[in-house]
Design a protein around this ligand. Structure first.
Ligand SMILES: *[C@@H]1O[C@H](CO)[C@@H](O)[C@H](O)[C@H]1NC(C)=O
Ligand SMILES: *[C@@H]1O[C@H](CO)[C@@H](O)[C@H](O)[C@H]1NC(C)=O
Length: 510
């Protein structure tokens, strides 16, 4: 008997040890260890999964199945777009926050899945990993809670979050101050709103080897390409985008920064393919090095707005590549743009390089663009996890010790709170995609919809926090200088009087 149970234990132990993070966090996520040496464990239910994700206990959480959160229908009012209607392959807009323009028709009853707008909360010190690529979150995304740090999300597929409905939920939401998150080999598809969004205070992230699959029949740009790909609008964001596969997406792929906030971005060796819309969009304050990326059949590699930002260095030729040497100690990699893609203007202001000269420990050293398409298409996503020994930070840039992390943590902590600025709200519409851009005037506002449930009753709600709505059980008193504004039946938010005036002005600009 004793022997038998010992061997059962051994078998169990070896099954457990097979479940581990593959590779090492790198880029801006350098030093991130997630759940570290915690024993890998598989939750027995969706409830247990939610519980393990949300606390701050160091855990290695194995997702070994598809968790399907869909199936509970709610209805609410909202609108359809005239220029890109649902019957023409568009999306509905839930609530009234995106429904103020003359391009809308009111819809009294939109059915949506109630799981989407309430993501799973994620705390600190987690490795959230997949068992053999089987880990799927269907109908609900993950929300890194404010200041949750040291998290690894690897090999997880996010899918089917109210794909036909804007404001139906994001896949991966960073509530701010998320110092050290590595998102690797995940897949994103069929999401109503953003695949990835970082807002409020800055976060330090690497997104590597992920597949952003925009194939959809419900697109805000009415072209079967998902529009809301990813945006980083927090002051102090530090983001590495390396070896990701973006395809069939049509906007914000990625959107870097917002006027009035500042962030550092490196986009290296990403593969942008078959995109009927734009890849990069950027706003003043976005400090970026774009190198070794590949564009194939991408209508707009960078928006005109993005190209107007003075702190972007995109590497268009060998001369630009070698000018990196004196700032970051190596040549940059030239981007590759095929003849089926749109204009890729040279942006060569070296202030971006200067800014990165003190951040070189976080810079990924890219491979040549000529190797990117085949490497990324055979390596990105959950199914390819572990298939390529060069992925996941085994390159030299992955070896930075934890000491560097503290330096940057301090820098992040010092940054002002982005939600008290107007920047996120006053987004300039992107010219060639008017319909989706029109929805962005209250970006920060609506993004907050999915949060705030953690604020305890009795506390004051800060600007942008939720303060009411049907089913709201949190605090309802707004901080000084802000007041509670109802956007719809299920969402009210603390907004300053200046913001309210601005929003009204934006709504009426047509
Ligand atoms: C995360 O783990 C580290 C190292 O054990 C610990 O110092 C830190 O307090 C943990 N974070 C939280 C929020 O518990
Ligand atoms: C609000 O609560 C009601 C009843 O308690 C429920 O039927 C409904 O689905 C909830 N709505 C949301 C958006 O969770």
């Amino acid at each position: 008997m004793l022997l038998q149970s010992a061997s059962i234990l051994l078998a169990a132990a070896s099954a457990v040890s097979a479940q581990a993070v593959v590779g090492t966090a790198y880029g801006f996520a350098t030093g991130v260890t997630g759940g570290g040496d915690a024993v890998a464990a598989t939750p027995s239910s969706a409830e247990e999964l939610a519980e393990w994700l949300s606390d701050d206990t160091a855990r290695v959480i194995v997702i070994d199945q598809e968790y399907d959160f869909t199936g509970t229908t709610g209805t609410d009012s909202g609108c359809d777009r005239i220029s890109c209607s649902v019957s023409g392959g568009g999306q509905y807009y839930l609530g009234d926050i995106s429904c103020g323009s003359s391009d809308n028709t009111a819809v009294s009853s939109i059915s949506y899945d109630t799981a989407g707008p309430s993501p799973l909360a994620v705390g600190s010190n987690k490795s959230i990993i997949s068992s053999n690529g089987q880990g799927v979150l269907k109908g609900k995304g993950l929300s890194l809670q404010s200041d949750a740090s040291n998290v690894i999300i690897q090999g997880i597929e996010f899918t089917n979050i109210n794909p036909g409905i804007v404001w139906g939920g994001d896949a991966l939401d960073f509530q701010g101050g998320n110092d050290g998150v590595w998102v690797d080999h995940c897949k994103f598809s069929l999401i109503g709103r953003q695949f990835v969004v970082s807002h409020y205070t800055g976060s330090r992230l690497t997104l590597s080897n992920n597949e952003f699959d925009g194939v959809t029949t419900t697109s805000a740009s009415c072209n079967n390409n998902h529009y809301w790909t990813m945006m980083f609008i927090a002051d102090g964001d530090q983001v590495t985008l390396d070896r990701n596969y973006f395809h069939d997406v049509s906007g914000r792929a990625p959107k870097l920064g917002a006027d009035g906030v500042s962030g550092n971005f490196q986009a290296s060796n990403n593969y942008f393919s078959n995109m009927d819309g734009h890849a990069f969009d950027a706003y003043d304050g976005a400090i970026a090095i774009l190198e070794g990326n590949v564009f194939e059949s991408v209508t707009t590699p960078i928006t005109e707005q993005g190209a107007s930002v003075s702190t972007i260095f995109n590497v268009v030729d060998d001369a630009a590549a070698s000018s990196c040497e004196s700032y970051i100690g190596r040549a940059c990699a030239v981007n590759s743009v095929d003849s089926g893609s749109g204009d890729w203007p040279a942006l060569s202001d070296t202030s971006a390089l200067s800014s990165f000269s003190s951040l070189t420990d976080y810079l990924v050293e890219p491979i040549a663009a000529s190797e990117v398409a085949s490497l990324v298409s055979s390596n990105a996503g959950p199914a390819n996890l572990g298939s390529d020994s060069t992925s996941g930070g085994t390159d030299a840039s992955a070896t930075t010790p934890a000491a560097v992390v503290e330096t940057t943590a301090a820098a992040v902590v010092e940054t002002p709170v982005a939600e008290t600025t107007a920047a996120a709200v006053v987004e300039t519409p992107v010219a060639q995609e008017e319909a989706p851009a029109a929805a962005t005037t209250t970006e920060a506002a609506a993004a907050a919809t999915e949060t705030a449930s953690e604020s305890a009753s009795g506390e004051e709600v800060q600007q942008w926090g939720q303060c009411g709505g049907s089913n709201w059980t949190g605090a309802t008193t707004c901080a000084a200088g802000t007041s509670c504004v109802a956007y719809n039946d299920w969402y009210s938010q603390c907004v300053s009087s200046a913001e309210r005036r601005m929003k009204r002005a934006l709504r009426h600009r047509h």
